[in-house]
Every structure is written in C-alpha cells, then in structure tokens.
Design a protein around this ligand. Structure first.
Ligand code: ADP
Length: 283
C-alpha cells in the first residue's frame, strides 16, 4: 500500500539554523498522526514542506505517491491544509470564501454548490453562510478553514496547531469535527503543543524537539517504553519525577519509603515523557 506521507532524511536550514534536522517519517492511509513539540521545534516548517509551500534543503517527501518537488500540483490536489494564520477573506461571506476556493480547484457546478452546502453543514456554519467572515468568532473561522480545506475532496488533511488560541469549549468542538473526519477514513497530520490534543485525536505521536524527531509511537507504546508509573517528589519549590514500569511498581516504591512527605504516585502522561526526553516543558 502506498504511504499517505513518506518523509526521508529531510533537512531545512534558515540562516545557518538547522530548523528541521534529518526528519524521517511514514504515515499510513487512514492514520491520524500528531507532531508534538514546543514553540520553535520546527512543526510549522515541516508542515510547510509537506504541503509544497516550502522546499526542503535535502531529502525526499512523497505525498500519496507524488513527489512534493517534482509533482507539486498533483500533491496539492491530494491534500487539504489548515494553517495557523487564518487565511480566509474577512470581507467575503462564508459562502463566497468557499465558492472562491471551489472555483480555484475547478470544481464544476452543481457539484460545487452541493459540496459547499454539505461541508458547511458538517462544520455547523450553514446558518452563517451569508455573513461576512470578519464577523465570525475565532472558532467559527477555524471551522470555515476546515470546510474549505475539504472542498476539493482531499485524501490527506494537514492541520497546523488547529486549536491554538481557542477557548476549551471551542477546542473540544473542533476535536469532535477532526475526529469524525478521521473516523470517516481521512488521513491526517496535525501539529500541536497541547498534549491532550494528541492524546484525544492521534493514533500515533511524534515528538519533535529542536528540529529532530526524538520519539515516535502510540501513546501506549511511549508509556511502556518510558514507564507507566511515576513517583513525584517535592524538592523545595520543584518536583522530581521517577519513572517506574507500572503504577504498582511506583506505589511499591512509595510504600517502602520511611518518609513519604511531599511524595505522590500517578500514571505517567505524555508531558512527563516529553520533559524526561528534553528536560523542558511543552509550553
Ligand atoms: P514551530 O511550528 O514548532 O513553533 P517553526 O517551524 O515555526 O516552529 O520554527 C522553527 C524555527 O525556524 C524557529 O526558530 C523559527 O524562528 C525559524 N524559522 C521559521 N521560519 C523561518 C523563516 N522563514 N526564516 C527564518 N527562520 C525561520
């Protein structure tokens, strides 16, 4: 089976700064992959290269069987892209924005009208179809971006920090939309620095730090690799974390301590693993 996304030894250098450093990654059709990393890790740069907006300095990227450098037009037909900066036109109405995108992709009528109506319904914006986009909330604009990215029937959806800056309720609503698309068979790659986002949405997670992919696997695999149980020890004003294979092991360690003051156990999470690997927090 052709990989949905195949990245081999990709490098990107800006002003002598190695922003993406030897990135290799394969995503299967139908998979939901989350690229997790702190600000400046190289997530947006990676998405820009995968979506033909920027060229790698070295390495190969193949999307749905097409080379991003030699077959960029074909790649663009296969992908939907939702970037961080809202790229919808505020002075046009919701419907007009979609109409414009549909025409750019040469979707003929009446199919174009049908698809616009269908995706507006899906992202719950049908009742705002005639409103100017500048009157929409941040979450609505993001939903419009998703509808627009889906209009030309792409196979793979790329989402760069899709819920950044949105309130928790709006974020959850977007998660439902994104999850439902994946359940319908859409392959997706999303970047985020919210660990709950990848935990909720992604089959597999890649941790990106300083341009390097330092860990890849399912959440369960990562927890098994690093330890499923944690003992937290308060040391002055900071916490020290000890990993144990299971929560039971962590509890057994705590039970054996003569002085348990300032100590507690809990299951490990992605953020613990990230901090353990990089010595830094995600935010
Ligand atoms: P992330 O999306 O993980 O926050 P980015 O990919 O946006 O990270 O940025 C990674 C690094 O690359 C940062 O240090 C950023 O300043 C730098 N960078 C990104 N785009 C450019 C550019 N066009 N020119 C110069 N440096 C850039």
């Amino acid at each position: 089976m052709t990989a949905a996304v195949s990245v081999q030894n990709v490098h990107k250098v800006y002003n002598n700064l190695h922003v993406v450093n030897d990135l290799s990654l394969t995503i299967k059709p139908g998979e939901s992959f989350g690229l997790l990393g702190p600000n400046g890790a190289g997530k947006s740069t990676t998405i820009r290269m995968l979506t033909t907006l920027s060229q790698p300095c070295e390495g190969h990227i193949v999307i749905a069987g097409y080379d991003v450098q030699r077959q960029a037009t074909e790649v663009r037909r296969q992908i939907g892209v939702v970037l961080q900066q809202t790229s919808v036109d505020g002075d046009l109405s919701v419907w007009e924005n979609l109409e414009l995108h549909g025409r750019m992709h040469h979707i003929p009528n009446p199919q174009r009208q049908r698809r616009i109506a269908q995706w507006l319904e899906f992202v719950e914006l049908s009742d705002r179809r005639d409103d100017k986009v500048k009157t929409l909330s941040g979450g609505m604009k993001r939903r419009l971006q998703i509808a627009r990215a889906l209009l030309h029937d792409p196979k793979i959806l790329f989402l760069d920090e899709p819920t950044v800056g949105l309130d928790p309720q709006t974020r959850r609503r977007l998660w439902e939309i994104i999850r439902s698309l994946n359940q319908q068979g859409m392959t997706m790659l999303l970047t985020t620095h919210y660990m709950e986002e990848v935990e909720y949405l992604c089959d597999r997670i890649g941790i990106l730090d300083r341009g390097q992919l330092i860990e890849v696997g399912t959440l369960q695999e990562l927890r098994q690799r690093h330890g499923e149980g944690i003992v937290m020890k308060q040391q002055g004003d900071r916490w020290e974390y000890l990993f144990f294979p299971t929560l039971q092991d962590a509890n057994a360690y705590l039970d054996n301590q003569p002085n348990k003051t300032g100590m507690m156990t809990r299951p490990s999470n992605l953020e613990d693993i990230f901090v353990e690997l990089t010595g830094r927090n995600l935010d």
